[in-house]
Design a protein around this ligand. Sequence first.
Ligand SMILES: [Zn+2]
Length: 146
Amino acid sequence: MFGYPEDEQYFAGLLSGGKLDVLEEKYGHLFDFREPSLKRAEFNVLRGKLLPDLMRRFDGRCGLQIERICEGDVSLAVDHFIPLSSNILNKELRHLRAVAGKKVATQSFGSNHPDNLVLACSACNSYKKHRFPDKALVNRVLKNKL
Ligand SMILES: [Zn+2]
């Protein structure tokens, strides 16, 4: 369950042409709203097993291919397409501000499902960290497999 209806709308706009039922049906498995620390712990166990499969799926190259910074096949790692957690929507949709000494609260979003994982070079990986993909990236990474 999304914490806020505007979050669901945001992801429907990004992934399913604004259609909430399609978001649920086709992309629901990309989300997991449990505590990020739980998901992170599960991911750390899975990571090593997932790498060979992702190397095959992405032909041993970065799946993000962010223009001008991508290093192709250098230092590839497993990355979450929808981040495990983020405070972007709290900032951008609800305009929450950091209060003295504290960052804006994060929310739990992405899952560890293989469809939410992508092989990423270190440059693209650090660029994308905690950001949500834009539509161009969604089309490039998800269109062939979902
Ligand atoms: Zn890259």
